[in-house]
Every structure is written in structure tokens, then in C-alpha cells.
Design a protein around this ligand. Structure first.
Ligand SMILES: O=C(O)c1cccc(C(=O)CC[C@H]2O[C@@H](n3cnc4c(=O)[nH]cnc43)[C@H](O)[C@@H]2O)c1
Ligand SMILES: [Zn+2]
Length: 353
């Protein structure tokens, strides 16, 4: 985890522009968004955990050797969330951190299976996230929606449980808009999850699996073909397949790009080697996201600064990038128009000053 969040090669003015820019975020995980303050508070509450209570020690703890190590550490943080009140606190505080970065709308990926299998009552879990969602919108003005994801490595039992929680009318939370698939990709083929995605899609949910984060472009094709993906989480390896890039561009299938995450999990070696520029060159709709921000020593503002440097963007380019996320979101049209207008007004005022 890096401690400073200001992309060093971006002019100070551009960082200030980014800080005030109204934004939408489409790829950010619930537990992965727990700030060091929340993690250390929960760790102190549950001293049997191996997660450090000292925020300084978390810097080392959140340094990953590879993706498997990241998942191991991620699950140790999952273990800290033991009661519905823990769930509510985490969700509400995550929204507070988003609001500080001018995030107006976020689709937060939640893995309900990881909580229910550890003993949190499913009804109480749904009530906790919904209660936090409503309070966050009222208190901070940030609109939250949910993506429930299958932790693929946990097997088809987890897929069945996630599909049940997402489609049972008595449980399904009002804020749920989409269905995902996360965790490691190696050895976790996408096609086996088709029946669960079919059920979720039939229940009106959008399909947004992770694909091409740690495996090649065939995983992205599989997500498109078998899981009917409407957006792709990461999709990093799409850059290796020009036909896939052309397909994503032509069908307007957005990529949820998370540059710093890809470095932190060692999916990509350095930021300069990140394929984001190849995506935009091919005409793919790119959205910028933070994935698991405190674990990766980043936040959404920093990801926009990284994108500005890698893509050579000025204020107008950054505003267009922010509008990509609005366009790719599952907000209704009036909701999209409101954020787009706000981005335009903010940018015009900034450039006139
Ligand atoms: O909860 C369990 O019992 C369990 C058992 C086996 C495997 C798993 C997982 O693989 C959980 C993975 C967890 O990671 C989340 N996540 C956060 N960031 C990313 C990412 O960039 N790529 C993929 N997954 C990510 C994911 O949402 C799962 O909750 C769990
Ligand atoms: Zn992710």
C-alpha cells in the first residue's frame, strides 16, 4: 500500500480539478473499501484476528505478492465483519469516503455469501446494507446501488447461494441492480456460472462479471458469450486480442478499468505498461475505478490522476472520462442527465475561472 495519493506527474491544478469533479464509480468492493480507521476499529473489536490494529502496520499488511495473497488478506478482513451492525457501519462509512471525493453515484460490489456463510443472518444483512444506503443518500447525497458477486473460487455452492439471495423477492434488496463474479480467475472457468447468471438476468439484474484481470482474453469472450456480460470488470487482457477490442468497441461494452489495483495485485507490472491507452485507441468505452482503494493505497481521485497521466488528458478529457462512467452505469436516464449536467457546469465554471 502506498501512503501518498497524489499522482506526482500531474499538475497540482489538475489534481484540484479532479478533487471537485462530480463522479460515478462502477467497480468498487464493499469490504475492499474499508478505510484503515474502520479496519483498525474492527480489528480492535475482534482481537482474535490477525489483522493489525495499527493503521501504520496495515501498510505492510496490504502489500501483496500476487492475486492469491491479495484474496487471502481480503478474507482476513471479511472475517472482521461479524454482526449486522458491522455491515451497516462499513457501508455507511464507505459512502462517507465516497462523498468526500464528490462521488454522486456508486455501484458497490458486495459478496453476501462471504457474510452469510460466516453466520450473519441473511435478512439482517440485507436490512443493514439498505439502512446504510438510505442513510448515506440522505446524509451525504451519494446514491448507492449494489452488485452481488459470486466468489467463484468458493464453487457452485456459492453461486447457488448468491443467485438465491439476489433473486428471492422476500430478500432481494431494493438497491440491487446487477450480478457479478469475483475472486481468482485461474481454474475458475466462466461458463460454469451460466445458469446462475441466466437466473439473475431473468430477474432483471445486469450482468457484470470480472474477466481478463488475471487470465487471458478468452475469459473475456467467455464472460460475453456465456454470462451475457454488459460490462467487464477489469478486462485488462482484452488488449492482447484486437478482435476482442473491436467487438467491445462496436457493441459499446464498457471496461471497468482499475489501474492501481492491477499493479497492487501484480496483474500488470507497472502503470506505464497498463493497456488503458490501447483501449481508448480502439474506441472502447473506458471507465475509471478504484476496486479496493485502501488496500491498494489509492482512491478514485488518484485513479483519475493516473488516467490523466497515462492518457494525456486535460480538464475536458477528464470530464469526458467521468461522463463515460455515468453513461455505463445502470442509473435511469434522468439520473444520468443530472450528473452529466453537473459535470458540465463544474467544468465550465472551472475553465472560466
Ligand atoms: O468467502 C469465502 O468463504 C470465500 C471462499 C473462497 C474464495 C473466496 C474469494 O475468492 C473471495 C474473493 C473476494 O475478492 C473480492 N474482490 C475484491 N477485489 C477483487 C478483484 O479485483 N478481483 C476479483 N475479486 C475481487 C471479490 O468480490 C470476492 O468477495 C471467498
Ligand atoms: Zn474487482
Amino acid at each position: 500500500m502506498t501512503e501518498h495519493l497524489v499522482e506526482p506527474d500531474v499538475p497540482r491544478d489538475l489534481n484540484a480539478f479532479i478533487a471537485g469533479l462530480p463522479k460515478a464509480e462502477l467497480h468498487v468492493h464493499h469490504v475492499g473499501s474499508a478505510s484503515p480507521r474502520i479496519v483498525s476499529e474492527l480489528a480492535a473489536r475482534h482481537p482474535d484476528s490477525r489483522v493489525p490494529t495499527d493503521p501504520e502496520a496495515l501498510v505492510d499488511y496490504f502489500t501483496f505478492t500476487d492475486f492469491a495473497h491479495f484474496v487471502e488478506v481480503y478474507l482476513s478482513v471479511v472475517e472482521l465483519i461479524r454482526t449486522p451492525e458491522d455491515v451497516r457501519l462499513l457501508t455507511y462509512e464507505v459512502a462517507r469516503d465516497m462523498a468526500r471525493q464528490q462521488v454522486r453515484y456508486a455501484e458497490l460490489t458486495i459478496t453476501p455469501y462471504s457474510s452469510t456463510r460466516r453466520g450473519i443472518d441473511e435478512r439482517a444483512f440485507m436490512d443493514a446494507i439498505e439502512d446504510a444506503r438510505k442513510a448515506a443518500e440522505a446524509d451525504f447525497g451519494t446514491v448507492l446501488r449494489w452488485c452481488f458477486d459470486i466468489p467463484g473460487e468458493a464453487g457452485l455452492e456459492s453461486a447457488e447461494e448468491t443467485a438465491r439471495l439476489a433473486t428471492d423477492d422476500r430478500l432481494r434488496p431494493e438497491g440491487l441492480v446487477s450480478f457479478g463474479l469475483g475472486g481468482p480467475e485461474i481454474g475458475v472457468a466462466r461458463p460454469q456460472f451460466k445458469p446462475y447468471f441466466d437466473r439473475a438476468i431473468a430477474a432483471g439484474l445486469h450482468s457484470v462479471p470480472h474477466a481478463g484481470e488475471t487470465t487471458g482474453p478468452q475469459t473475456v469472450w467467455d464472460a460475453l458469450t456465456h454470462l451475457r456480460a454488459e460490462r467487464i470488470g477489469h478486462g485488462t487482457s482484452s488488449a492482447q486480442d484486437p478482435k476482442l477490442l473491436a467487438h467491445l468497441a462496436e457493441r459499446r461494452i464498457p471496461l471497468e478499468v482499475c489501474p492501481t489495483s492491477n499493479i497492487a495485485t501484480r496483474a500488470v507490472r507497472t502503470l506505464d505498461e497498463h493497456p488503458i491507452k490501447e483501449f481508448t485507441r480502439a474506441g472502447v468505452l473506458v471507465t475509471i475505478n478504484s476496486d479496493d482503494p485502501p488496500m491498494f493505497g489509492t482512491d478514485l481521485n488518484n485513479e483519475y490522476a493516473v488516467a490523466a497521466r497515462l492518457l494525456g488528458l486535460d480538464e475536458r478529457g477528464l470530464a469526458d472520462l467521468a461522463k463515460n462512467a455515468v453513461e455505463a452505469s445502470f442509473l435511469d436516464e434522468p439520473g444520468k442527465a443530472a450528473i452529466r449536467d453537473e459535470i458540465d457546469r463544474y467544468t465550465a465554471t472551472w475553465l472560466a475561472s
